[in-house]
Design a protein. Structure first.
Length: 295
């Protein structure tokens, strides 16, 4: 295993539904991508797309100038980077880009620990789901030093359409949690609105059409209600457990900042209860089943 450093070498950790197409966009953009995932099938798929599959996280990181993590939560990210000194083979001063959804205060702590090892951290979570990961049009929220984000931007631009600089390390993950709170609240509001109207005798499709032509329009009414919820296909590609986790991150952040945000607290409780009732791996649009059963 060679430890030769290449400025375009990227270690990509996490080749799931989101990570796999993102890694392939990096390959298409000319980066040398060495990837790892627990799934052998995912590693084979990366190799078939022109990347190199590593058998361990440590192997993937050897000689890389950049690391991208696309993993379920911050604890897994931390274990992947620091477990068994996996990041020890990175190029000195390498940039770690955490594109997962993690707790912002934990991200700050991780940034300090990586800095003590001569590494830099940019937290750059994404919005857009699997569809926009495949099309390379994700929205990216990047937190970190300006110079570090600038160095990471060619990679971010390869997988996303818009890159917003949110502030210091941790701010990207804070923004992601806020976004998913607003999104999750919108899903619940749209579902409850449809159930209320249906109980009165209105047609659900008519309700959604009117909402989309009125001030009640939101992401859920536009791209989720007819497409995944009313059609009962429940195929948005985003798990209910992940939505619940992100909204809980936002609620916990509010507590640490001494804020009482009642709508956030109730939204977090609702999504927690739904993922426990339905199972964390179910598509998040299936929350309508929980709302119906709860009534």
């Amino acid at each position: 295993m060679s430890a030769t450093v290449d400025a375009t070498r990227v270690a990509f950790i996490g080749l799931g539904a989101m990570g796999q197409p993102m890694a392939q966009h990096l390959i298409s953009a000319g980066f040398e991508v060495v990837g790892f995932d627990l799934s052998k099938d995912a590693r084979v798929k990366l190799a078939d797309a022109g990347g190199r599959a590593a058998e361990t996280i440590s192997e993937a990181m050897v000689g890389a100038s950049f690391v991208i993590t696309m993993l379920p939560n911050g604890k897994i990210v931390r274990d992947a980077l620091l477990g068994e000194n996996a990041c020890g083979g990175l190029k000195q001063n390498a940039v770690v880009i955490d594109m997962s959804s993690s707790a912002p205060n934990d991200t700050r702590d991780l940034g300090l620990e990586l800095a003590s090892r001569g590494l830099r951290l940019v937290d750059a979570p994404v919005s857009g789901g699997v569809k926009r990961a495949v099309s390379g049009t994700l929205t990216i929220m990047a937190g970190g030093e300006d110079a570090d984000i600038e160095e990471a931007e060619p990679l971010l631009n390869a997988v996303g359409q818009q890159v917003f600089r949110t502030g210091p390390v941790g701010s990207g993950h804070a923004m992601k949690a806020i976004n998913n709170f607003v999104s999750g609240a919108g899903v619940l509001a749209a579902i409850e609105g449809v159930l209320l109207g249906r109980a009165f005798g209105l047609e659900p499709e008519t309700i959604v059409d009117i909402l989309n032509s009125s001030s009640g329009k939101n992401n859920a009414t536009e791209v989720k209600m007819k497409q995944f919820i009313l059609s009962e296909t429940f195929g948005s590609g985003f798990a209910i457990g992940l939505m619940a986790k992100d909204i809980r991150i936002a609620a916990d952040l509010a507590k640490t900042l001494g804020l009482r945000l009642d709508a956030l607290a109730s939204t977090a409780d609702a999504w927690d209860a739904a993922q426990k009732a339905l199972g964390p791996s179910e598509d998040h649009t299936r929350i309508i089943r929980y709302v119906e059963d709860h009534n």
